[in-house]
Design a binder for this molecule. Structure first.
Ligand SMILES: Cc1cc2nc3c(=O)[nH]c(=O)nc-3n(C[C@H](O)[C@H](O)[C@H](O)COP(=O)(O)OP(=O)(O)OC[C@H]3O[C@@H](n4cnc5c(N)ncnc54)[C@H](O)[C@@H]3O)c2cc1C
Length: 503
C-alpha cells in the first residue's frame, strides 16, 4: 500500500500538488467541491460557447515544468502557447494609444513611436533595473521554500545585500516615477501592481519585476483558453494515477493526536490520509481545521474584481488585450484601498478571447472578457446589485465608445466581488490571496507546511509564493516537496529533477 495523500481543491495549485505527489510515489485523491476542476481558472458555457471567466494572460509558462517534468512531459508539449503582436493596446483619456508586443524590442520601438524616444529609453532603463530585481527575487523569495526573515538575516552581509537588491524600502509608484517621465508610461507600469492585486502607492518597488516578467519574458495566450491549461493538468494528473473527484466538498480536516489523519466529505465519508494538502484559499482553513495556526499574521486581501462576458459583434483585427484607462488612474487606487469602494471611474480591461486564445465564439458575435478592479469583499454589507447593474451599463457605453463593440451589445454573464467571494470560501473575493502592500508581505504569506499540525500542507495563490497561475503551480510544487521531505521521499534540494521515476 503506497502512502496516501488527499489534496483538497482542484485549482491550478491543487492539481500541481497532486501531480507532484503522485510522481513522488504517493497514491493521491484530489477532491474538488465544484462540478469541474480549475477553480478561479474557470469556464462558463453560454449558448453552447465555452468562455474563460478567470485568468487571461499566462506568464512564466515554464514554471509548470517543475511539476510536469517529473511526470515525463512539459507544458509546451501539453498546450499550444500563443504570442501576440500587438498583444496589448492601452488607450488613454487624452486620446493617445500605445501598442505593447510580445517582443520587448518591438514594444520599445512602439513606445518610441507613440511617446517619443525619451520614453522608450526610460522604459528600457526601468526594465533593466527590474530585471536585476527579478534575478535576485525569483530564486530567493519565489522559487524555493517560503522565505523567513531569520533565514535571510542568518546569511549576514549576503542576506542584507539580497534584501537591498530587491529595492524593498521604496514604494513601487515612487520607483516608477523616479525613472519614468511620461505620465502615460507611468500608468502602464503602475498597473503591474494590480497583477497581484496590490496598491502601487504602498507595494514595495520589488513588485516592479512583474513588468519584467510580462514585457521581457512574455505573456501568452493558450490555444483553446485557460481551460486547455486546466485540461492538460487534469490529463497529466490522471495519467499519473491521481483520482479526481469533483462535486465533493471537504467539510473537515481530521487529526488524531495532533497529527493529520485525513478528511471528511459532505455526507460523512472519511478519506484517511497521511498527507493532506489544502489547496483552497487559506482563509477557509480556520473552519475546516479549527485551531490550525502558523506563526505569520494574516494580511489584508488583494483586490477583487467585477467581471463579465460581453457578447460583442465580431470585428476583424482585434488586439487580444485592451486597457481603457480612466481620467485619473491614481484615483482608482484611492477608491479601492483608501475608501474601500469600487472605483468611481474604473480602468476597463478587455480580453478578446478569439484572437487571444483562438477560441471561436457565436456565429456573429465573439466573447469579450471584461474586468474592472474592486476592493476585496468583506461581506460587511449586502451586495448592491442595482449599483453593479449601473456599473455594467456604463462599461457597455465606454467599450462601445472606444469602438470595441456595437451599441446594442450586452453582457451575457457577469460576476460581482460578492459572488466571487461566495464561490471561493475564505477568499474575500480576492483574486490573488493577500495583497503585497507592505515591506514584509513576502515573509507573511501562509507557508506551505503547517509545522503545528504534522501532515498538513498548503498550496494556493493565497499561500507561498503567491497568486497568479505560475505562482499557484509553484505553490503546489512546494507543498508536495515539503510533504516529500517530511516523509523522506525525495531530495528537496533538487525540486525540478528529483530522483523519482516518471509515470
Ligand atoms: C477574474 C480573474 C482574473 C485573473 N487573471 C489572471 C491572469 O490573467 N493571470 C494569472 O496568472 N492569474 C490570474 N488570476 C489569478 C489566478 O486565477 C489564481 O491565482 C489561480 O487560479 C489560483 O489557483 P489556486 O489553485 O490557488 O486556487 P483556486 O483556483 O481558487 O482553486 C481552489 C479550489 O479549491 C476548491 N475548494 C475550496 N475549498 C474546498 C473544500 N472545502 N472542498 C473541496 N474543494 C474545495 C475550490 O472550489 C477551487 O476549485 C485571475 C483570477 C481571477 C478570478
Amino acid at each position: 500500500m503506497r502512502d496516501h495523500a488527499v489534496v483538497v481543491g482542484a485549482g491550478v495549485a491543487g492539481l500541481s500538488a497532486a501531480i507532484r505527489l503522485a510522481t513522488l510515489g504517493m497514491s493521491v485523491d484530489l477532491v474538488e467541491a465544484a462540478a469541474t476542476p480549475g477553480g478561479k481558472a474557470g469556464v462558463v458555457v453560454l449558448d453552447g460557447v465555452a468562455v474563460d471567466t478567470g485568468p487571461s494572460v499566462l506568464t512564466l509558462p515554464d514554471a509548470f515544468d517543475g511539476v510536469l517534468l517529473p511526470a515525463g512531459t512539459r507544458l509546451r508539449e501539453e498546450v499550444r502557447l500563443r504570442r501576440h503582436s500587438p498583444a496589448f493596446r492601452y488607450r488613454y483619456p487624452d486620446g493617445s494609444v500605445l501598442d505593447v508586443h510580445h517582443d520587448v524590442e518591438e514594444t520599445l520601438a512602439s513606445v518610441g513611436r507613440s511617446f517619443g524616444p525619451g520614453a522608450a529609453r526610460d522604459l528600457e532603463d526601468y526594465l533593466a533595473a527590474v530585471a536585476r530585481i527579478w534575478e535576485i527575487a525569483a530564486p530567493a523569495f519565489i522559487e524555493g521554500p517560503a522565505p523567513t526573515v531569520s533565514a535571510v538575516l542568518s546569511r549576514g552581509w549576503t542576506g542584507l545585500r539580497l534584501l537591498a537588491g530587491v529595492d524593498p524600502l521604496r514604494a513601487m509608484q515612487r520607483a516608477v516615477n523616479r525613472q519614468v517621465r511620461d505620465e502615460r508610461l507611468r500608468w502602464l507600469l503602475w498597473r503591474y501592481a494590480t497583477y497581484n492585486g496590490s496598491d502601487v502607492r504602498r507595494a514595495p518597488a520589488t513588485l516592479g519585476c512583474i513588468a519584467h516578467v510580462e514585457l521581457a519574458l512574455g505573456g501568452f495566450g493558450v490555444e483553446g483558453g485557460m481551460a486547455s491549461l486546466v485540461d492538460a493538468l487534469v490529463r497529466v494528473a490522471t495519467r499519473c494515477g491521481v483520482q479526481v473527484h469533483c462535486g465533493r466538498a471537504v467539510t473537515r480536516i481530521l487529526s488524531r493526536g495532533g497529527v493529520v489523519a485525513g478528511v471528511e466529505l459532505v455526507g460523512g465519508t472519511v478519506l484517511p490520509a497521511l498527507v493532506v494538502v489544502f489547496a483552497g484559499d487559506v482563509g477557509a482553513l480556520s473552519s475546516l481545521a479549527p485551531g490550525t495556526a502558523w506563526p505569520r499574521r494574516r494580511q489584508a486581501a488583494s483586490m477583487s474584481a467585477w467581471t463579465g462576458i460581453l457578447r460583442a459583434a465580431r470585428q476583424a483585427d482585434r488586439v487580444p488585450h485592451e486597457v481603457l484607462f480612466p481620467q485619473q488612474y491614481q484615483r482608482e487606487f484611492e477608491d479601492i484601498f483608501d475608501h474601500d469602494r469600487p472605483p468611481v471611474d474604473p480602468t476597463i480591461y478587455v480580453c478578446a478571447q478569439e484572437p487571444c486564445h483562438g477560441r471561436r465564439g457565436w456565429p456573429q458575435h465573439e466573447p469579450l472578457f471584461v474586468m474592472t478592479n474592486a476592493p476585496a469583499w468583506r461581506g460587511a454589507s449586502a451586495d448592491d446589485s442595482d449599483a453593479w447593474t449601473v456599473h455594467a451599463e456604463s462599461l457597455v457605453d465606454r467599450i462601445a465608445a472606444h469602438g470595441l463593440s456595437e451599441p446594442g451589445d450586452r453582457f451575457a454573464w457577469t460576476r460581482t466581488p460578492a459572488q466571487l467571494a461566495a464561490a471561493y470560501p475564505g477568499s474575500d473575493g480576492a483574486l490573488y490571496g493577500p495583497a503585497s502592500n507592505t515591506l514584509s508581505a513576502a515573509f507573511r504569506r501562509a507557508p506551505n507546511r503547517i509545522v503545528s499540525q504534522p501532515g498538513l500542507y498548503l498550496a494556493s495563490g493565497s499561500a507561498h509564493p503567491g497568486g497568479g497561475l505560475p505562482l499557484a503551480a509553484m505553490s503546489g510544487l512546494q507543498a508536495a516537496l515539503c510533504a516529500a521531505e517530511d516523509l523522506g521521499l525525495a531530495d528537496p534540494a533538487h525540486p525540478f529533477f528529483p530522483q523519482v521515476a516518471t509515470c
